[in-house]
Design a binder for this molecule. Sequence first.
Ligand code: ATP
Ligand code: MG
Length: 133
Amino acid sequence: SEKAFVMIKPDGVRRGLVGEIVSRFEKKGLRLLRGEIMEISQETARVHYGHLQDKPFFEELVDYITSGPVFAMIVEGKEAVANARSLIGPTNPAEAPPGTIRGDFGLAVEENVIHGSDSPEHARREIRLFFEK
Ligand code: ATP
Ligand code: MG
């Protein structure tokens, strides 16, 4: 089995969606290994989204992700990364089908409710960044 890092972003926490979203992962069959409300520092945000630092929306993204507490979690199961991303749906909620988390709970890419690792290797890196420092 495999581990994925998943993070409910500040808009999701503010809107009281943590329980509903965690429930979807559990119903899918992914096991919740850790889950924690945390404030993320500017530094952690910049490392986490380092691959996007040249994008025009980078500063806005850092402000968004540090605008309030997030709910960071580790889920485990068969193909956890791919299965988590299929529950989450496409980056832009306007293009995410109903039934996906972004499709059901988001309106726009600037506030897309949730993050999921895009590879097992990045999952390991993100778990270290959020839970082991
Ligand atoms: P995440 O990494 O958060 O799970 P993703 O893998 O679907 O999302 P990425 O390309 O890694 O998408 O983008 C990371 C995040 O950057 C997006 O989830 C979103 O919050 C933000 N983002 C992406 N594109 C835009 C954009 N055009 N305008 C504003 N924010 C954006
Ligand atoms: Mg990504």
